[in-house]
Design a protein around this ligand. Structure first.
Ligand code: SF4
Length: 387
């Protein structure tokens, strides 16, 4: 299941959602042809860096990748097949927003090679969608799912958001039930977060809005866990649920340390122990590629400590947990802080793997930080000198 991946960032969106902290630009679709050419050129320049392992996944993320025409997606995949080369059975995901796709367009994406579709439905309540500033309606969300099936997609993800202030009672459970009626193979659920620098954070601050409520978030999260697990979905990562065998291969590989090449504005790559990131501004990215300059704007060498930290943070969020070495396990077992977390059921051992206990799922990120801090402390503690 684990293998190298190619990530293609598509920053264009119809409009800017006020909560969005992604590298996205509203409008400016007139740049899309140049952008596609630049991405193809970048794959030609950097694709060979991904030759050590077979490429088992390609992920078009955004932004709104469904603003690319199917022929443009096909051209990018054609370039990727030449360099670095993609396995025949590779998972090829395209993120799409309702309102930007219909059956004909989706069928054309399939013919271009896309075999997994991720739909940003977010909510099935028009009041909530308006509050979020989304450019589509609930009916368009359902229509996009139905169109995906008609176009022949058999691997469909639906993104849903919870923790949205002023949501009418019952909206979340209703959304879960209605999405289940569409039988997607995969469902991702995310809490709305007020990211600094976004229009929503500014609005919340100006209006002294209470913003998302932590207790309500936790209740919505538990409800999603319960409802989706009852419906047969594996809760395989904090934010992700899948039917058997339909886990997102691309993300799973990234969480487990696989190499990936990211192309496009602001895309990150992880290759041979180095993480690097491309120029994020569209103009800077286009100028760099067109001039044949380096597209990476910065890089970080992932040393042993950083690698361990990331491994704990990312893999603890999965249902198979994180495999720890003997010394790491002994350090945790010797820690009174760890004992408290274990006794409270937040963490549990499954053979040599440290996993989340039932109450731990809602606070996985804090637990990752805590486990890492314990391991770090034990590494720097002086060995006891005995007589
Ligand atoms: S559609 Fe997605 S990427 Fe685009 S502005 Fe909205 S949240 Fe951001």
């Amino acid at each position: 299941m684990i293998g190298a991946g190619l990530y293609v960032h598509v920053p264009f969106c119809l409009q800017r959602c006020p909560y969005c902290a992604f590298n996205a630009v509203a409008g400016h679709q007139e740049f899309i042809p140049d952008y596609v050419e630049s991405v193809i050129a970048e794959i030609g320049q950097r694709g060979t860096r991904l030759t050590r392992r077979p490429v088992v996944s390609v992920y078009f993320g955004g932004g709104t990748p469904s603003l690319l025409a199917p022929a443009q997606v096909e051209a990018i995949l054609h370039a990727a097949r030449r360099s670095p080369g993609i396995r025949d059975a590779a998972e090829i995901t395209l993120e799409a927003n309702p309102g930007t796709v219909d059956v004909a367009r989706l069928r054309a994406y399939r013919l271009a090679g896309v075999n997994r579709l991720s739909l940003g439905v977010q909510s099935l309540d028009d009041r909530v969608l308006r509050w979020l500033g989304r450019a589509h309606s609930a009916a368009e969300g359902i229509a996009a799912c139905t169109a995906a099936r008609s176009a022949g997609f058999r691997n469909l993800n639906v993104d849903l958001m919870f923790g949205i202030p002023a949501t009418p009672a019952g909206t979340w459970e209703d959304a879960l039930q209605r999405v289940l009626m569409l039988h997607p193979e995969h469902i991702s659920t995310y809490a709305l977060t007020l990211e600094e620098g976004t229009a929503l954070a500014a609005r919340a601050s100006a209006q002294r809005d209470r913003g998302p409520d932590e207790e309500e978030d936790a209740a919505a999260y538990q409800q999603a866990r319960h409802t989706l697990q009852q419906a047969g979905y594996r809760h395989y990562e904090v934010s992700n649920f899948a039917l058997t065998g339909r886990e997102c291969r691309h993300n799973w590989s990234c969480w487990h340390g696989a190499e990936y090449l990211g192309v496009g504005a602001g895309a990150h790559s992880y290759l041979r122990g180095v993480r690097c990131w491309n120029h994020a501004r569209l103009e800077d990215y286009l100028a760099a590629v067109q001039a044949g300059d380096e597209v990476c704007a910065g890089q970080e060498i992932i040393d042993v400590d950083t690698s361990r930290r990331e491994r704990v943070w990312m893999q603890l969020r999965t249902d198979t947990g994180v495999a720890l070495g003997r010394t790491e396990r002994q350090s945790l077992q010797a820690s009174p802080r760890f004992a408290v977390l274990r006794e409270a059921g937040f963490l549990t051992w499954y053979e040599e793997r440290l996993c989340l206990g039932t109450p731990g799922w809602a606070v996985a990120d804090s637990l990752g930080v805590e486990v890492d801090a314990i391991l770090e402390d034990s590494r720097h503690r002086k060995p006891r000198i005995t007589a």
